[in-house]
Design a protein around this ligand. Structure first.
Ligand SMILES: Nc1ncnc2c1ncn2[C@@H]1O[C@H](COP(=O)(O)OP(=O)(O)OP(=O)(O)O)[C@@H](O)[C@H]1O
Ligand SMILES: O=P(O)(O)OC[C@H]1O[C@H](OP(=O)(O)OP(=O)(O)O)[C@H](O)[C@@H]1O
Ligand SMILES: [Mg+2]
Length: 288
């Protein structure tokens, strides 16, 4: 394999993004070895080299071209103010940045934050929110364990990552304002060579197939032949459903693809239309 031709991909070494980033490349059929303490690894079956880094460093490395691609949370990307291309939203590590205050404090609206101090690791995103809403608050930048700040008298409020809300709850805080929605994104350097652009396209093609498969289910069912027309309109599938005769006279087997988001409504409609023996199975890859 041509070493110069490898596309360099930066992923988080360990943390909330690591497992899903590694799983994504595996599902795309791109092998990557991870040894203990190993910070760089070349794929054995794709022209790619992986760098295992702290997530905060990834946008800068991709902007500078030290890495060609990277996976990072939108929160870290926007806070970094680096100039890179967002190639794909990846749908994992979904979270939000929110302002939270002690549970017992009253809160009528964002104007209540005027004159308050807010601890955060995201001073730029918070600063933007405050200025857009004409709130004069003091930003107190800290690098971690932000939720502790009000209880030790460091700040009146916090602005940090929230997902389930359990960290806020266990620190006596309540979420009062969501200011930014985030998920993991694949970012790319602005000046990729044509060769690397072609490798990125290959990766994106595979990611799309993996994501499409995750959003869809394969469905098999039995139906009396006089109900086929109605059933086929309910599950039209990728082109049209496959219809095969059953050994028993007057019945057919119908195979199709269903989108996860409309799954339960369609199942109900199918049952009402006379479908029986409905089987639903996951799809591993889906190429349109
Ligand atoms: N509770 C959560 N639920 C979902 N996503 C989260 C959660 N916490 C963080 N994230 C997302 O995952 C990213 C990485 O979080 P993590 O806690 O691993 O970062 P970190 O401690 O700064 O890691 P590093 O050591 O690489 O600097 C965050 O920037 C955010 O996008
Ligand atoms: O709303 P929740 O589901 O409780 O998640 C939010 C917490 O998750 C993250 O921390 P993490 O657990 O990754 O630890 P860290 O602070 O060491 O990064 C984040 O910094 C919040 O503290
Ligand atoms: Mg970090």
């Amino acid at each position: 394999m041509n070493k110069e031709g490898n596309i360099r991909i930066a992923i988080q070494k360990s943390g909330r993004l690591s497992e899903d980033s590694i799983a994504l490349f595996k599902e795309c059929g791109i092998k990557l070895e991870m040894g203990k303490g190993r910070l760089k690894s070349e794929s054995s079956n794709f022209q790619a080299e992986f760098l295992f880094l702290r997530d905060d460093d990834i946008p800068g490395y991709v902007e500078d071209g030290v890495a060609d691609l990277g996976i990072v949370g939108e929160n870290v990307l926007v806070e970094s103010e680096k100039d890179v291309i967002v190639s794909k939203k990846l749908g994992f590590s979904k979270c939000r940045l929110s302002i939270a205050i002690p549970r017992e404090d009253p809160f009528e609206g964002p104007a209540d934050l005027d004159g308050k101090s807010i601890a955060t690791s995201y001073p730029k995103i918070l600063g933007q929110y405050l200025s857009e809403n004409n709130i004069e608050a003091q930003i107190h930048e800290i690098s971690g364990s932000v939720e502790i700040a009000p209880s030790i008298g460091l700040a009146d409020a916090v602005c940090d990552i929230v997902s389930s809300g359990s960290t806020l709850l266990s620190n006596g805080l309540k979420e009062v304002q969501k200011i930014f929605k985030s998920e993991a994104v694949l970012i790319a350097n602005n000046n990729l060579s044509d060769h690397k652009k072609a490798l990125l396209d290959k990766i994106l093609f595979r990611i799309n197939a993996v994501q499409k498969a995750q959003d869809n289910k394969y469905i098999l069912l039995n139906a009396p032949n006089d109900k086929l027309d109605e059933i086929i309109t309910i599950i039209s599938g990728m082109k049209s459903p496959t219809v095969l005769p059953l050994a028993i006279e007057g019945w057919s087997s119908v195979h199709s693809v269903l989108e996860e988001r409309e799954f339960w409504e369609k199942i109900e409609a199918l049952r009402n239309a006379g479908a029986e023996g409905i089987l639903v199975v996951p799809i591993e890859k889906m190429i349109l």
